[in-house]
Design a protein around this ligand. Structure first.
Ligand code: 5GP
Ligand code: ZN
Length: 115
C-alpha cells in the first residue's frame, strides 16, 4: 500500500469505486471515464507503479489478471465478439495513474491503430 496512491486507496476501500470483482490479489472496478460500454480497470492489490517495475515474482499475478479479464469478458457476454486489454506505461504511453492497471474494453467495435 502506497499512502498517496489513488488505486491503492480504491483497493483498500478508502475511496469509493464500482467494484465488479475482487479477491486476495486483485480488484476490478469501473473506469470513471469510460471509453467503451464496458470499460473496467484490473489492478493488483500490491502497489506496482508501472510495467517496468514488474519482477519474476509477479508473473503469476499478471497471468491471474489476464485470466480474470477473460473470465469477466465471457461472463458479460462479449468474449466471442472481441475485446481489448490495454496497459499504458509512463507518460508517452498515456499512463496517468502510477499503479499498474489493465483496461478491459468491450461491447463496441474498437479501431486500430488506437487514438
Ligand atoms: P491510464 O491513463 O493511467 O492508463 O488510466 C487511468 C484510468 O483511471 C483512466 O482511464 C481514468 O479514467 C481512470 N481513473 C482516474 N481516476 C479515477 C477514479 O478516481 N476512479 C475510477 N474508477 N477511475 C479513475
Ligand atoms: Zn498503489
Amino acid at each position: 500500500m502506497s499512502s498517496d496512491c489513488l488505486f491503492c486507496k480504491i483497493a483498500a476501500g478508502d475511496i469509493p469505486a464500482t467494484i465488479c470483482y475482487q479477491d486476495d490479489y486483485l480488484v476490478v472496478f469501473e473506469d470513471i471515464n469510460p471509453q467503451a460500454p464496458t470499460h473496467l480497470l484490473l489492478i493488483p492489490r500490491k502497489h506496482i507503479a508501472t510495467t517496468l517495475d514488474l519482477t519474476a515474482e509477479d508473473n503469476t499475478l499478471v497471468g491471474h489478471i489476464f485470466q480474470t479479464a477473460a473470465k469477466i469478458a465471457t461472463q458479460l457476454g462479449f468474449a466471442d465478439e472481441g475485446f481489448r486489454i490495454v496497459n499504458n506505461c509512463n507518460q508517452a504511453g498515456g499512463q496517468t495513474v502510477w499503479h499498474l492497471h489493465f483496461h478491459l474494453l468491450g461491447q463496441r467495435q474498437l479501431t486500430w491503430p488506437p487514438g
